[in-house]
Design a protein around this ligand. Sequence first.
Ligand SMILES: C[S@@+](CC[C@H](N)C(=O)[O-])C[C@H]1O[C@@H](n2cnc3c(N)ncnc32)[C@H](O)[C@@H]1O
Length: 202
Amino acid sequence: MQKSLGPELFISKLGHPTFLKRLADCNNKAQPFRKAFGKLSSEDLIVDCTSGFGQDLLCLASWGAPTIGVERDSKVFAWLSEAIQLLAKTRPQIKKISSNLKLLNLNATEALSTLETEPTHIYLDPIYPEKEKSALGKLDLRLLKEHVGEDLDTSELLEAALKKASKRVIVKRPLKALEITHQTKPSLSAEGKSTRYDIYII
Ligand SMILES: C[S@@+](CC[C@H](N)C(=O)[O-])C[C@H]1O[C@@H](n2cnc3c(N)ncnc32)[C@H](O)[C@@H]1O
């Protein structure tokens, strides 16, 4: 059967044994994704501005700090919310994580300007227009890109995030890709096999 974007795909991705294994190991400080966020406590507030399929979001929320996931596409938002709610009924791991999580169906630039509590860490994983070989080669991400289009306002979102975060802004990039165009350069980066996390320390 041909894959298509819809609630079933979100449920199968977030409930997949490979992802649940990643989730269980996601607080491993040797992992570049975890390293990129540095020291965290329950006093911190993490905002994922680009929730998409919600895999990074659930990892973030599993670390114990309150976490907000923002997604601007209404259908993606609805599928993600439905998948998390459904999986929380059968998977104790996801039930625990989801109690730490709030989802907002907004443009993240707008969401950041209306938050009552200042986020300490802000995470961005936008869909890039560039043609270079990247994670977008993966079928699920290609389907997502066909549905939501390219994220052409990433520089503005980075600008808003840098103004709002009190500790770090973390941007996910394909390993060899250029940084997001911005007058501020990343303070450092954490590299994985195919991914790089550009870290802006505030
Ligand atoms: C590459 S996907 C994110 C994948 C996600 N990190 C995951 O683990 O599944 C990018 C998502 O961010 C959303 N997005 C991009 N820019 C946004 C913005 N300014 N505000 C809210 N959502 C945004 C897109 O609609 C898309 O669903």
